[in-house]
Each structure stands twice: as structure tokens, then as C-alpha cells.
Design a protein around this ligand. Sequence first.
Ligand SMILES: [Zn+2]
Length: 285
Amino acid sequence: MEKRQRILAIEAHPDDLAYFYGGYIAKMAAEGHDIRVLTITNGDQSTCDPALSSHDIVAILKKEHARAMEIVGVKDQRFLDGFTNHFMFSSETQLKLREVLIREIREYKPDTVITFDIADVFEENPDHRLLARVGLQAASFAAYPLVHPEQLRQGLKPHFTGRMLLAPTKQPNVYIEISGDPLEKKKAAGAAYKSQLDLMFSELKYRAETMGLKPDLDDLSPQDLWESVCESMAEETAMAGNEYYALHKDIAPRIKLMQAEAFRMQYLGAMEKIHEYLPKEYRIL
Ligand SMILES: [Zn+2]
């Protein structure tokens, strides 16, 4: 698309964007599009190291997040207040989050909202599941003046979000090439969350031990493991993308994908019903 885009990425935890779609964001930032990142929780339970307190992990993640955002080229980013990692179950909290996100959407007026995929039944993280549902509702309801009319009385206007990008997803319908600079930035941004790589690495080791396996991980650093996983994921996603586009030639890129990220692209309201008739440039990334 020629038009300069406004992208609102809403993540549940500080590291979600980097791991799930850091390449796409790095690419869009480098092309000069406007990007705002909102992080719902501060990740205050995101460790399996018994030596770390909540306070410790929040302080560590804050620094790591700032560095990762700098690497992918995001300048406009902020944590929301009042939402607790893994404990956003009450309907009050969910309605509060929806209200806050509707306000954010009316203020920022994004073309595209990125959040989790509501259709992922295997998603184990409750914050990802919740945000998938509440984020989609907020993007939809920001258009309705009778939903939180007090925001309109304060000067905000209804906003009609163009489309959603959902990631990670088991049902992608759009793929984007990230080889070269975007992939390198994704690797570096992911590596910036050293605390989360350590978490994944030790979790892997302990779960393997529970299963009676003895993984030989001693020669491998968490960063090396992440970088090789990141590359192989990008290659597998590109292969899946090439297969997808072989069946959807009308929106296929001219050249085959090498290393890619995938999203479920979803339009909102009536637009979703007619999106197949939109010009190609509105159906690709
Ligand atoms: Zn997360």
C-alpha cells in the first residue's frame, strides 16, 4: 500500500511483539509507517527463576523492552497500568481493558490493529487469549458512538479501524517476506529479552527432564538457540506461505518467499464480508 499506515500493536507482555512479529514491525518502521505499541501487563510473573522477585523481573523486562523496541525501530511505546499478568479473569477487569483499548483506538486512529488470534484453541497463556477477544471487540466497538459515549463527550470521535492482523495464528492468510534486515532485527530484538530466553531455555530443560530426556544443551547458549529457531521458523513459514499462495494466485507475491512471518488478516464488520473484492494491494501486506 502506498499510503502511510498507522499501526497499533497491542501486546499482552513486553516480549510478544518481538517474538511473534518483530520482523514485520521492523520492516514497517524502516519504511516510515507510524507504529504505536501498547503493552497490557509488565510481565511481573514472567520467570521460573525462584531467586527473582516480581519487582526484579519487572525492572529487568522494562530495560530489555526499551532496547528491543529501539532495535525494531519503534519510538512510540507504553505500558498500560492496572492489569496484572495472568490474573485478568474478572468481567470487571475485562470491561475495563476494553474501555481503555477503545479509548486508545479512538485516540490513535489506526488503520491496522495487531493482536492475538481468537481462533487459537491451543493457546495456553490466559493473557494472550483474553487480549485476542478484548482487542477484537475494542477495534470493532470503537466505531459505535453509543459504546462509551463519555469518551465522545470528552472530544474523541468514533474510529473505524480498517483491519486486524492476528498473530501468532494457526490459520494464516497473509505472509510477509522478512529476510535480510527485518529478520536480523527480529533476532536481535528477541535476544534483547535475555530474561525471557533464559526462561524458555530452563523451562525446556526442566520439562525435558520431567519427560526422562537428557537434552544436550550445555554447548548451546539461549541466544544461539533463539537465533536458530527464529531462522528455521522464518524458513518454515515461507514454505507454508509459498504453498498457500500457490492456491491463492490472485494475491501471490511475484517472487517466492524465502523467510517470512504469517498473520491472519481480518477486516471488520461489513468490510470483512466484501474484502475479497478489494484491490489486491488491500489484501496483502
Ligand atoms: Zn506473551
